[in-house]
Design a protein around this ligand. Structure first.
Ligand SMILES: C[S@@+](CC[C@H](N)C(=O)[O-])C[C@H]1O[C@@H](n2cnc3c(N)ncnc32)[C@H](O)[C@@H]1O
Length: 252
């Protein structure tokens, strides 16, 4: 497997005539199955999530594509909680994506409509629906937010302020944030891909000031500006990316 997922994504898109300027690949899970990342998340983290006092576990999946990882994560969480013993806990996972066709597919294939839901939403323009969902569940925050393989697409399409805004918005609405940021080499691959396809460059690629160690910059922003702290780094995925777990600091 290529060290950079976007190399695989490049190949996938060259075989796929549709453009995916937001990473909205129609066949994403054929080349990056959910297990690659879920197997890195320890059951103990999931069991801890189940120990909040309101008897509810609310999870947000950012940029959920066709929902395969969202559903697999729900199953993973249920399994970890069952291993802990019988529980009355209610689990709800909300996945959202800006691509309405992917969301339609996710809804059609959803095996757990009572506990997993999908909505179309562009996080750079609308966070109201997330607030509505929290209100509906009577929770002040999502207990966990998954942000896997999305940062680069928002960064390339909305610039440094888009990336930092994303991190700020997510940290303001969750207790834990599990982040998989694409490394810089993937940006170069994505830009090369556009050129190969004869399209114009991403609006912001050349002017980004956040470059190089993107995960390090994200960590810096989350810790210095968003009241979060890094609590664990879970190995590396088969695509050589780390999963970083951040937690809201007390009283933030
Ligand atoms: C490479 S896929 C990753 C899918 C999934 N998070 C995973 O890792 O399995 C990136 C997804 O982010 C979505 N996306 C990109 N920008 C977004 C935005 N501003 N708001 C919501 N979704 C977005 C894309 O449509 C795409 O489905």
């Amino acid at each position: 497997m290529a060290a950079c997922s976007e190399n695989a994504e490049v190949d996938a898109e060259i075989n796929d005539p549709g453009a995916a300027p937001f990473g909205n690949f129609i066949n994403y899970y054929t080349f990056n199955p959910p297990e690659n990342r879920l197997s890195l998340i320890p059951a103990s983290l999931l069991q801890d999530l189940g120990k909040n006092e309101d008897n509810k576990t609310l999870v947000l999946d950012v940029g959920c594509n066709s929902g395969d990882l969202t559903v697999a994560f729900y199953e993973h969480l249920q399994k970890a909680m069952t291993e802990e013993g019988p529980s009355q806990r209610q689990v709800h996972v909300l996945g959202f994506d800006l691509d309405e066709i992917l969301i339609k597919r996710a809804n059609q294939a959803n095996p757990f409509p009572d506990n997993v839901s999908f909505i179309a939403l562009d996080i750079t323009t609308d966070t109201e629906a997330l607030k509505d969902s929290l209100k509906q569940h009577g929770c002040p925050r999502f207990h966990l937010c998954l942000c896997f393989a999305v940062t680069m697409w928002i960064h390339l399409n909305h610039g440094d302020s888009g990336l930092l805004g994303l991190l700020s918005d997510l940290s303001s609405c969750c207790e834990y944030l599990l982040l998989e940021a694409q490394p810089w080499k993937c940006y170069r691959s994505a830009a090369r891909r556009l050129r190969k396809l004869g399209r114009s460059d991403f609006d912001h690629f050349k002017t980004l000031e956040i470059r190089g160690d993107v995960a390090g910059h994200a960590q810096d922003h989350l810790e210095k500006r968003c009241g979060m702290e890094l609590v664990q780094s879970f190995g590396s995925t088969t695509w050589d990316r780390k999963l970083l777990l951040f937690k809201k600091k007390e009283n933030k």
